[in-house]
Design a protein around this ligand. Structure first.
Ligand code: ADP
Ligand code: MG
Length: 359
């Protein structure tokens, strides 16, 4: 099975520079997820790999051959789209078989492949039905079935779950991950949904405006974001950001409302220069304790119980902060809490450039 190399690829649509000098190496068998806000160039890049868009310059190499100038059908790549694009007048069986018939496979071979795919995707009971007789999730599975019978070298997915309701999406996410393990093929998967990216990927490629902001394992990006954009994009609720002043040779920090936190004894104590920073702290790293030493005093403004956890929001000066509390940590709005901060798990950013200082 070949690896995929995207080599200094640029793509222009007229004046729009959709993909900017982008390079990614995808080892064979990896599950890589391209994620980023709408319009950042995910689909353009995926369609360029498939051959549905012509790249402006650079190269795309699969194994040891450049595929950049090959017709889509000669690339041996399968693609699954957000819209299932099934043939409405063909049965599920014939939808899955379509590509095989086009390539003049024998009836026996087709049956073998369709049976294998439908068992893998648990759609064996629907083979005689037509697409209109299926739910959204079943249709998406048929679309995946049609892609996997091709025995392609590379599988591309463009937001395949976006049309499904939330519950179905969770289930299909698990199935796609299992499918990747069973097939053992290289997957390049596009989504704008950070949870999908985190849960599915071996490696995440986080894009913004046609440029890679960071590549790495999901927890790498989550715990060691290179900049404010990455830190804010991954995680729900999003990371809290605030302006802080570090003083006392990097051992003390003033919050936006003037409260002082000691940095003594933490990983960054004495490691950063005194001055102004943007500080990023995730809601789960603010937790209620009873002592009042080195804590953030928070007057809870709004409570949002979710069952297992409760989100408590508060203000530090003008800065809105979300803390994630145990369900019974707080019972009413207006309550005053003392929150411990897991300072070693927080991030400091250069307020000018947004680059991380300590990760
Ligand atoms: P994403 O999939 O990340 O939402 P796209 O790859 O579809 O983003 O689009 C990237 C950029 O290229 C956007 O600015 C979009 O408007 C532009 N774009 C995409 N397709 C075309 C096209 N066919 N013609 C002109 N501009 C396009
Ligand atoms: Mg897209």
């Amino acid at each position: 099975m070949p690896n995929l190399k995207i080599d200094n690829v640029n793509k222009f649509y007229g004046d729009v520079h959709a993909v900017k000098d982008l390079s990614i190496d995808v080892p064979a068998g990896e599950f890589v997820v391209l994620v980023g806000p709408s319009g950042c160039g995910k689909s353009t890049l995926l369609r360029s790999i498939a051959g549905l868009e012509e790249i402006s310059d650079g190269d795309i190499v699969l194994g040891d051959r450049s595929i950049a100038n090959l017709a889509p059908r000669d690339r041996n790549i399968a693609m699954v789209f957000q819209s299932y694009a099934l043939y409405p007048y063909l049965s599920v069986y014939e939808n899955i078989a379509f590509g095989l018939r086009a390539r003049k496979a024998s009836d026996d071979e087709i049956k073998k492949q369709v049976d294998w795919a439908s068992e893998l995707l648990d759609i064996g009971d629907y083979l005689k039905r037509f697409p209109r007789e299926l739910s959204g999730g079943q249709r998406q599975r048929v679309a995946i079935g049609r892609a996997i019978v091709r025995n392609a070298d590379l599988f591309l997915f463009d937001e395949p779950l976006s049309n499904l309701d939330a519950k179905l999406r969770d289930g299909m996410r698990e199935e796609i991950k299992r499918l990747h393990t069973k097939l053992g093929k290289t997957f390049v998967y596009v989504t704008h949904d950070q949870i999908e990216a985190m849960t599915l990927a071996d490696r995440i490629v986080l894009l913004r405006d046609g440029v890679i902001e960071q590549i790495g394992a999901p927890l790498d990006l989550f715990e060691r974001p290179k900049n404010i954009f990455v830190a804010g994009f991954l995680g729900s609720p999003p990371m809290n950001f605030m302006d802080v002043d570090v003083t006392e040779h990097g051992t003390s920090m003033a919050l936006p409302d003037g409260q002082i936190l000691s940095l003594a004894g933490t990983k960054i104590s004495g490691k950063i220069k005194d001055g102004a920073y943007t500080w990023g702290v995730r809601s789960e790293h603010l937790s209620k304790i009873t002592e009042t030493k080195n804590t953030v005093r928070a007057v809870i403004d709004v409570l949002q119980p979710t069952g297992s956890r409760t989100y408590g929001t508060f203000f530090l000066g003008d800065c809105h902060v979300v803390s994630e509390l145990e369900a019974h940590d707080v019972s009413k709005e207006g309550e005053i809490l003392h929150l411990a901060v897991a300072i070693d798990r927080t991030s400091f950013f250069d307020p000018e450039t947004g680059s991380a200082i300590n990760s």
